[in-house]
Write a protein that binds this ligand. Structure first.
Ligand SMILES: O=P(O)(O)OC[C@H]1O[C@@H](O)[C@H](O)[C@@H](O)[C@@H]1O
Length: 236
């Protein structure tokens, strides 16, 4: 990995900078399995469902993709729906309550290898941005004490306000590159989710690094990763 070949780095957050992909996974699993049990569906929601349908996507798009995979049709509802509502938005909001309970109770610490890479890139004045689908990205960055590394944060709230399509579309990464003043070809994308790697590949970024936190090297490569690592420390 020669960082001299690139002018900016675009980091996904959950599962790349912080171990919060696991918190999201647990919250999704608790919510979906409660929902399926209440409907009398025998086949449980598993981590494979997370990686295939939910990981990296904006909240309600993840809900809709999983329900579609099971042939379950619910009304979309509205983001203001109560968490008890039997709607796509209601289920997403129910999961969000579970996520925030864990975040408040346990806090979050960034991966040590990720912090080492961020420090090394900051020392060489590499422009860096976060590109996350999560509305909770600003809170996670603050809680983990790593917000200062990033001059721009693209998150779920910014994307919906500005009408920018979420991952697997490349748009959130493309806008973040623009915000840092570079072209996609000059920027490195770092992603653990298949949908995020697909976004980086679709946007023709200079390098798309897959971080294998469970999705698997083969699946990340098939999704378009040019390089797969287990930890960001390998990129020092
Ligand atoms: O519901 P939020 O916090 O806006 O997050 C949306 C998605 O954000 C992604 O970063 C996570 O990988 C997903 O698990 C999550 O579903």
């Amino acid at each position: 990995m020669n960082w001299d070949d690139y002018s900016a780095a675009l980091f996904d957050l959950d599962g790349v900078v912080t171990p919060t992909a696991e918190v999201h996974m647990r919250a999704w699993s608790a919510m979906f399995n409660e929902f399926l049990t209440a409907r009398g569906v025998a086949e449980p929601y598993t981590d494979d469902d997370y990686f295939a349908h939910v990981d990296g996507k904006p909240r309600y798009e993840g809900v809709a993709a999983f329900l579609a995979s099971r042939g379950i049709d619910l009304p979309q509802g509205d983001p203001s729906d109560d968490p008890s509502a039997q709607t796509v938005c209601g289920l997403g909001n129910r999961k969000n309550d579970a996520f925030n309970e864990v975040l408040e109770a346990d806090g979050v610490q960034a991966y040590p290898g990720s912090v080492r890479l961020l420090e090394a890139l900051a020392a060489r004045s590499m422009p860096m941005a976060i590109v996350s689908s999560s509305n909770n990205a600003p809170a996670v960055l603050e809680t983990a004490g790593v917000a200062h590394f990033f001059s721009f944060v693209m998150h779920g709230g910014v994307a919906s306000e500005r009408g920018i399509a979420g991952k697997p579309a490349p748009d959130t990464f493309v806008v973040a590159a623009q915000e840092l003043g570079v072209t996609p070809a000059q920027a490195v994308v770092l992603e653990d989710a298949l949908s995020g790697v697909q976004a980086g590949a679709a946007g023709h970024f200079g390098l798309v690094i897959g971080v294998d936190r469970g999705a698997g090297t083969a699946a990340l490569t098939d999704a378009g990763a040019t390089l797969v690592v287990k930890d960001l420390e390998e990129l020092l």
